[in-house]
Design a protein. Structure first.
Length: 332
């Protein structure tokens, strides 16, 4: 009987020990996770708006007189909110396919939140739906292929904040005696389709100059956005040569604006640069120190995707002109 009682006591003590160890281990994990927690960096990636047509909408093929439904899904994969973008559907013959939407199907507006702590992967998506109750086709053809091109045009901003070395007196002492050395640096992506690719600093006794290299790292086209003149209302079909590949640049160190020349950077083959200068006579520190260089790039951007739909003649329909779906011309 005593042996049985000792066994029960041993089991109870063992359970208590295991619970104590588990609670300590759990507390240790909690403390470690807090001490090791790192803030999530949303300014990564090279995408802005990402679009795709929902599978089966539109279908790959349908018959004359069938209804057409097209659903465009889009999301903002970058780190900047879009507040007044435009979506365009083009590339098809509006004599035979007449899309209807809540707005003008040729130009619908959209907003899209960028990545943040509540949307860390840019997975908040929205849709635009377009319909034609009954598609038609021209006479004397059996297969009428239509291409639907979706174009998104929007204003965007790139925010880069690299750590740089400011040395007001570069010739005073040996570099080994300073807390930092002025050196060129390469940067990664910044959560936008246009990026600050690298920075090349140069320091004289009274100024610090930064050559800021810019690159189009997305798959779309950069369009003008300077002083609100971005032509997004017509960017799918009517862009002029002097309205593309232009990026507006602003730079700051400790809230002090740098003078950037040019302030509107023209990209050539997707690349460009500007020289941004800080007057070192305006700062009080005379020893080398590290700080943040805040660079802001403002621009418009255009992305496009396309899909094809084959419209087939109705079997046994006969002369197209006898079909109730034949549309020889638009009446609206």
């Amino acid at each position: 009987m005593k042996m049985k009682k000792r066994g029960v006591i041993f089991v109870v003590l063992l359970v208590l020990v295991l619970l104590l160890v588990a609670s300590c281990a759990g507390g240790g994990r909690l403390r470690r996770s807090r001490s090791q927690a790192q803030p999530y960096n949303f300014h990564v990636g090279s995408q802005g708006v990402q679009m795709h047509f929902l599978q089966g909408n539109p279908p790959q093929r349908l018959y004359e007189g069938d209804p057409l439904t097209m659903i465009l899904e889009y999301a903002n994969k970058g780190a900047y909110d879009i507040t007044d973008g435009r979506l365009y559907i083009s590339g098809y013959d509006r004599e035979y396919v007449r899309l209807e939407a809540a707005e003008n199907p040729l130009s619908t507006t959209f907003t899209a939140e960028g990545k943040d702590e509540f949307n860390p992967m840019g997975e908040i998506t929205d849709v635009k739906e377009y319909k034609d109750p009954a598609v038609s086709m021209p006479p004397n053809v059996d297969i009428f292929r239509q291409v639907f091109k979706a174009t998104a045009c929007y204003k965007y901003r790139t925010e880069a904040s690299p750590t740089v070395c400011i040395d007001p007196d570069p010739l005073s002492v040996d570099p080994e005696d300073k807390v930092c050395i002025v050196t060129p640096m390469s940067l990664g992506s910044q959560g936008a389709p246009v990026a600050v690719s690298s920075i090349e600093p140069e320091v004289a006794r009274d100024r610090a100059q930064f050559k800021i290299n810019i690159a189009n790292v997305g798959t779309g086209t950069v369009i003008e956005s300077a002083q609100g003149r971005s032509p997004i209302e017509r960017c799918h079909a009517d862009l002029k040569r002097d309205e593309i590949d232009k990026v507006e640049i602003h730079a700051f160190i400790s809230d002090t604006p740098l003078e950037c020349k040019p302030d509107i950077v023209r990209l050539t083959n997707g690349n460009g640069f500007s020289f941004c200068t800080l007057d070192l006579r305006t700062i009080q520190q005379r020893e080398a120190y590290q700080t943040i260089l805040n660079v802001y790039l403002d621009y418009g951007y255009r992305d496009s995707i396309a899909t094809a739909v084959d419209i087939l003649r109705l079997p046994g329909a006969g002369d197209d002109r006898l079909s109730p779906y034949y549309r020889p011309y638009r009446r609206d």
